[in-house]
Design a protein around this ligand. Structure first.
Ligand SMILES: NC(=O)c1ccc[n+]([C@@H]2O[C@H](COP(=O)([O-])OP(=O)(O)OC[C@H]3O[C@@H](n4cnc5c(N)ncnc54)[C@H](O)[C@@H]3O)[C@@H](O)[C@H]2O)c1
Ligand SMILES: [Fe+2]
Length: 376
């Protein structure tokens, strides 16, 4: 028997074109609705459309489009400072993980005025300003996780601030918002989703609830990721990937990722390798390395991947060929990583016990080095 819990957003609206229903989840109040987004999304016209919908429903809206990709801790404080004085009654986060993770911290900062450092030390214990999340990538699944991931300059890695109060009040999963996502970002985000699902499925924290979400999520991601990559206008594949991403987040909320994410953080923190890409590079090598510890789970994974219940032995090859087909580099050296960097990376990954302890097999520093060497 296992003890487990789960967290979920207050309400989820799913389907193509459902962003138009945003008025149903807006808060009344004496102030403005903050539409938080980034420059890339602003450039697609999505932010102007959503601002128009908010205004048309009789609310005042203020758009802030300066959230940087994969923000440093200081970036979030800077955004908060830039917005101090605005009377924000609700945050609508329109974007990928970077925007949604920033929204989570701002939501608390608007009510307590704390710095991100202080929130790192004392994770929020009370709800902040209400949030609506509209993911535009599929994705981090940040809309269904209690995590906010921020990069740390000095430590050259990433960390998570975790609080149940980071779950939004409402989520709109509208595949139309991912239509403009370039193939490269479709690939990276989709493989991040697959890592969430597969890591949580084998994690030491796995449980009946996360297993259910992970199995359905893997079916969706294995069947739809390459379709969405090759045919960005395929709204069924885009919708499947948004759902898979949401399930991946729900798995993180109930189980937890393991060595892939743990070993990926130094790559993101020091070499600024995009999150989905660093995970994708490590996906097959980590699974192959730990395969002897997940023999009982491989048949089910194979079944979800469309390989049939007897296809456990083919899972690693499928992962390898998918990552290749999706155009992800197979080595870290492309991003400037050299053998001399491995000491730091091994220490950093090994030290991330929050994630490494979830790995179904104990990985020593030597094991971690061997896996990094394989993809150097
Ligand atoms: N909170 C969590 O549980 C969680 C989980 C995994 C990862 N993360 C974090 O999320 C961040 C990565 O998020 P991400 O992968 O979603 O990418 P992102 O939010 O950093 O966005 C990447 C780029 O994609 C562009 N973009 C986004 N949507 C677009 C669209 N529809 N059309 C065109 N361009 C678009 C953005 O402008 C940006 O330039 C990392 O910091 C990572 O550590 C968080
Ligand atoms: Fe992730």
């Amino acid at each position: 028997m296992k003890e487990f819990g789960f967290l979920a957003p207050g309400k989820v609206i799913f389907g193509a074109g459902t962003t138009k229903r945003i008025s149903e989840v807006l808060t009344e109040g004496d102030g403005v609705i903050l539409l938080l987004t980034d420059k890339g999304i602003e450039g697609t016209g999505l932010a102007a459309d959503v601002a128009g919908l908010i205004e048309a429903s009789g609310h005042r809206v203020f758009t802030f489009a300066d959230v940087p990709a994969e923000p440093y801790l200081e970036d979030v404080d800077r955004v908060y400072t830039a917005l101090t004085g605005s009377k924000v009654v609700q945050i609508v986060a329109l974007g990928g993980g970077s925007v949604m993770d920033t929204a989570k911290l701002l939501s608390i900062q608007f009510s307590t005025g704390e710095s991100v450092n202080s929130l790192r030390e004392n994770p929020p214990s009370r709800r902040g300003v209400p949030m609506v999340m509209i993911p535009t990538t599929a994705g981090t699944g940040s809309e269904s996780t209690p995590n906010s991931i921020i990069a740390l300059k000095k430590e050259q890695t990433k960390t998570a601030v975790i609080s149940p109060w980071f779950l939004p009040d409402a989520v709109i999963l509208d595949p139309e918002n991912t239509r403009s996502l370039p193939a490269k970002l479709t690939a990276a985000g989709g493989l991040d989703t697959l890592c969430h699902l597969m890591e949580c499925y084998v994690s030491a924290k796995r449980n009946p609830h996360s297993d259910m979400m992970a199995e359905r999520g893997m079916e969706l991601a294995f069947s739809s990721l390459t379709r969405a990559f090759h045919h960005g206008d395929d709204m069924e594949a885009r919708g499947n990937m948004l759902l898979a991403s949401y399930y991946g987040g729900a798995c993180i909320a109930s189980s937890g990722t393991m060595a892939i994410h743990g070993m990926s953080y130094p790559l993101g923190g020091k070499f600024r390798v995009p999150h989905g890409v660093s995970n994708a590079i490590l996906l097959e090598p980590v699974f192959r390395y730990i395969s002897s510890s997940i023999e009982d789970l491989l048949p089910r994974i194979a079944d979800c991947a469309g390989l049939g219940i007897n296809g456990g032995g083919k899972v690693m090859d499928l992962l390898k060929s998918m990552v290749q087909e999706l155009g992800i580099p197979s080595t870290m050296s492309v991003f400037g990583v050299a053998e001399a960097d491995l000491n730091y990376m091994v220490e950093s990954a090994y030290g991330n016990r929050r994630l490494m302890d979830n790995t179904p097999m104990d990985l020593s520093k030597e094991d971690i080095r061997r896996i990094y060497m394989e993809v150097l």
